[in-house]
Design a protein around this ligand. Structure first.
Ligand SMILES: [Zn+2]
Length: 404
């Protein structure tokens, strides 16, 4: 048991969270305590309530996880980042924060380049206000053959000049760009993105394993929702799935919502990627947290039934058969949902916390600010019950949903 060190500041500026099962990168402290100083984690330790300490909150019976870092999300709570006024973006971000995502990267889908530039500029303003941690461009340099729920009419070949315009419009807030490496010009774009510190991600792609490996050589370091929107793994042509898992420098997103991937695929990806390479995302759209019905994802109409979002049948590209269900179109999950599902699928809690918080924070270059319950980082945390339902969320030291 570690005694609380003497407070470095006045006791009134410190608070203690005690008794919970505290999930740290080194393991679960059960029970553990967290001492807060303002908006920052001041110290973390094992054991019961220290004898001398500031005002304490008793979290016995609860898990304490680092605040979730969702680096791929399009919207939630009825509004989205892809369309509508800035207030819609604020509301979608607030919805996900209330469900544990203390760090959010807003993802845009394929749209005409001029529209994307305007949208990126608007989101950049919100990133400057700490509402978003950045922007992810999921398009328009994608493969129409693996368009998923995105609009193939606006998919274009990778174009470094167009990327540079988008990057300039983002005013330093563009964090990730997803592109299909088999398209002409993709290697130059991977290199251009890496050069300016934008993560080049492989996704919505029909590339072979060899072409994907070449993209990693050219600067790609991340997989956009591994398995979904890409050529499947085959033992003689392992495609992007095999090539991306095979490279230690590549981090791999998975949508662990129980809809996009079989639990076996989640476990296989976690094992193959190993520690520090798996990233849980929601890929959520506006319908997250909302009833079944009709919604939009960029220019496409989406219908949600039983919590599963699919492209509306008459918006499907190509000769879709009447009455067939469209492709899955984003998720309706929150990060708390995918965390709960990943635990239920059998992933150890410490690995789930790494994939939901620590690894995406590191990928985004925020590892020295958030993503773990560790002294010196922001007091961003989620208190969950035994079923991993979020009961309280703290961001920068402030409770968002009340203290239980
Ligand atoms: Zn997406």
């Amino acid at each position: 048991m570690c005694p609380v060190p003497a407070p470095a500041r006045t006791p009134s500026s410190h608070r203690l969270l005690t008794g919970g099962r505290v999930v740290t990168p080194e393991g679960v402290l059960s029970p553990g305590w967290i001492r807060l100083a303002g908006s920052t984690i001041d110290a973390v330790g094992t054991g019961g309530t220290p004898e001398q300490g500031p005002a304490a909150t008793d979290l016995r019976g609860y898990w304490v996880l680092p605040g979730f870092v969702d680096m791929h999300v399009h919207g939630g709570g009825g509004t989205s980042f892809t369309q509508g006024p800035a207030d819609d973006t604020r509301r979608a971000a607030e919805f996900h924060r209330q469900h544990g995502s203390t760090t959010i990267v807003a993802s845009l889908v394929t749209a005409p380049l001029g529209d994307l530039e305007a949208r990126v500029a608007m989101l950049a303003g919100l990133a400057g206000q700490d509402i978003l941690a950045g922007i992810h461009l999921e398009g328009p340099f994608l493969s129409a053959a693996r368009c998923g729920a995105q609009d193939p009419r606006y998919m274009v070949a990778p174009d470094v000049a167009a990327f540079e315009r988008l990057h300039a419009a983002a005013a330093g807030h563009l964090r990730v760009i997803t592109l299909a490496p088999e398209l002409p010009g993709a290697a130059a774009l991977n290199t251009a993105a890496a050069r300016v510190g934008v993560i080049a991600a492989v996704g919505h792609t029909d590339a072979t394993a060899d072409v994907t490996a070449a993209a990693v050589d050219a600067g790609a370091t991340h997989a956009t929702h591994l398995f979904n929107g890409m050529r499947p793994l085959h033992h003689r042509e392992p495609g992007p799935v095999g090539a991306l898992l095979d490279r230690d420098e590549v981090t791999c997103e998975v949508i662990a919502d129980g809809v996009h991937l079989h639990d076996t695929a989640i476990r296989l990806a976690a094992r193959a990627a190993g520690p520090g390479r798996l990233v849980l995302i929601t890929d959520a759209m506006a319908a997250a947290g909302m009833p079944d019905g009709s919604y939009r994802l960029g220019s496409m109409r989406v219908s949600v039934a039983g919590g599963v979002a699919r492209l509306a049948v008459d918006d499907q590209p190509g000769p879709a058969g009447a009455g067939t269900a469209g492709p899955i179109a984003g998720s309706t999950a929150t990060m708390a949902d995918v965390v709960r599902h990943a635990v239920a699928a059998g992933l150890p809690v410490t690995e789930v916390a790494a994939a939901a918080s620590t690894t995406p924070a590191r990928v985004l270059g925020l590892g020295d600010r958030t993503g773990a319950l560790r002294a010196g980082l922001a007091a961003d945390l989620v208190v969950c019950d035994d079923e991993f339902r979020p009961r309280a969320v703290m961001r920068h030291g402030e409770w968002l949903t009340g203290n239980r």
